[in-house]
Design a protein around this ligand. Structure first.
Ligand code: PGA
Length: 236
């Protein structure tokens, strides 16, 4: 089965020249899997295809965003709406990443963003996960209940869930595939959705999560190294 390999570039690279270089290298990756690049907002328009029908070199490549706002237009300084992203042929949007939750994004805000993204036709990737010392199942149960509260049954299926233990993000301290799989199974009991793993994934361990049942990966740091990301996407 095709896996979904998502590159979350976060606030990187620092210049458009570097971003283009990285994008072009990722675009050359040959893989049976689907790759989604989520660059910073300001780079997205530089990477959009000229026509919807026009493929990148790698026809399995699509664009994603790292966040979106919950209405289409209005007096919201600094925000980017789902329709603006759609207009740039963005297909996916990460919502509720722990780095945004840390900037005081609440479950209520996340729920509104999810609804707006779905209404516009974007596929949301909802990030859930516990902090160090917290009970993963309890935290995720609460996040899913609140974040998905207002989502219709029909739309619910479209939401991709990313299990990202906060303590594993950007630390090199990944959650073992076996341990992560317990959480995957817990989520799967509630929702029959696609489930990804994210948190310090590198090319050595990427396969373990996919073999055990995850539908894909959300990659931060390792997605900034084209060769490392190529190994992950190719061997997945
Ligand atoms: P990381 O980030 O791979 O650098 O841990 C993952 C993420 O934040 O999505």
């Amino acid at each position: 089965m095709k896996k979904l390999i998502i590159a979350n570039w976060k606030m990187n690279p620092g210049t458009l020249i570097k971003a283009k270089k990285l994008f072009n290298r990722v675009d050359k990756i040959k893989t049976k899997n689907k790759i989604v690049i989520c660059p910073p907002f300001v780079y997205i328009s530089k990477f959009k295809r000229a026509k919807p029908s026009q493929a990148y070199q790698n026809s399995k490549l699509q664009l994603g965003a790292q966040d979106c706002f919950w209405t289409e237009e209005g007096p919201y300084t600094g925000e980017i709406s789902p329709s603006m992203l759609k207009d740039l042929r963005v297909a996916y949007v990460i919502i509720g990443h722990s780095e945004r939750r840390a900037l005081s994004e609440t479950e209520e805000i996340i729920e509104k963003k999810l609804r707006a993204a779905l209404k516009t036709g974007l596929t949301p990737i909802l990030c859930v996960g516990e902090k160090k010392g917290e009970n993963a199942k309890r935290v995720i149960n609460n996040q899913l209940k609140k974040d998905l509260k207002g989502i219709s049954k029909k739309d619910l299926k479209k939401v991709i869930i990313a299990y990202e233990p906060v303590w594993a993000i950007g630390t090199g301290n990944f959650c073992s595939a076996n341990k992560a799989n317990k959480v995957r199974e817990f989520i799967k009991e509630k929702l029959d959705n696609k489930i990804l793993y994210g948190g310090s994934v590198n090319s050595k361990i990427a396969k373990d999560y996919l073999k055990i049942g995850f539908d894909g990966l959300l990659i931060g740091n390792a997605s900034l190294d084209a060769e490392e990301f190529r190994k992950i996407a190719k061997n997945a």
